[in-house]
Design a protein around this ligand. Sequence first.
Ligand code: HEM
Length: 278
Amino acid sequence: MSATTTDHARANQPFLEKHYHLLRRLHSLSGIFPIGLFLIPHLTTNSSIVWGDALNAKKYADLGAGGAGVATFQHEVDFIHDLPALIFVEIFVLWLPIAYHAILGVYFARSGKSNTERYGYQGNWRYTAQRVTGYIGVLFIFMHISSLRWGWTYGGLMPSFDADAASSTTAIHMQGGIFPYFNAIFYAVCVSALVFHFANGLWTAAITWGLTISRQAQQRWGAVCAVIGVGLGAAGLTAVAGFAGLDVAKAQEIEAKLSDAAAPLLLIPAPATGSANP
Ligand code: HEM
């Protein structure tokens, strides 16, 4: 084929085919930064409902048993909500990269294209699991963000979130709804699936970027990814169990105490003596 015929054929290729390698690398990158990097503090923060109780027990001793976990999680949520220009960060650092990763991920999964076949990965059970957990992830993340962030309740299936009563409303989200504890089970399954997706994605990303060429390098990196996956999985499941087991009435009492303590003192002017008013 002459150079002009090749150029012509290339010019007529659909956009996704023409820029396949660039889009594929951006897809791989977006899974790690920002989405994967967000997952680490997100799951650590959520599990503070459990570790906050142990670590901050002294600091919040006046709140009584279980108070430190509720106060720690509330503190973390307040910190996030006080960030300047939060909505722009959410849109450009989270929601758009997640949408890009999800849409391209579905396209790659359906077209069966992979640049990892050379490494004997395609026949592997993890190749299939990566695709299945990707589909689960798209469904979960959409329902999760739309429910907790945009207030959609899915006809009462997913009770929404109130940042001023962070622990009690997250616990109601997990325990309540039209099918009690359905969300806790749904979360346990989906969080495990997403953590696998991230840890396995880290492993394949190193191949995509040409960082692990030899089988030994892939095995070594595989061990690191497994440790990351187990750690994140433990944090995620601890969070789910912590909210699923939280005493909602008690959490609400603690949140009321916390908001009373945070309320600014109202300075009511003392009535003037000898007032001219009748
Ligand atoms: C362990 C179970 C999880 C719990 C308890 C949980 C809890 C929450 C809460 C309470 C919010 C609302 C935050 C706020 O408005 O301040 C939120 C938002 C969000 N969660 Fe999760 N989450 C969990 C797992 C996950 C997983 C596995 C992902 C996967 C990436 C994820 C991604 C997100 C995203 C992208 C947002 C929107 C953040 C924003 O727009 O500010 N979550 N989550």
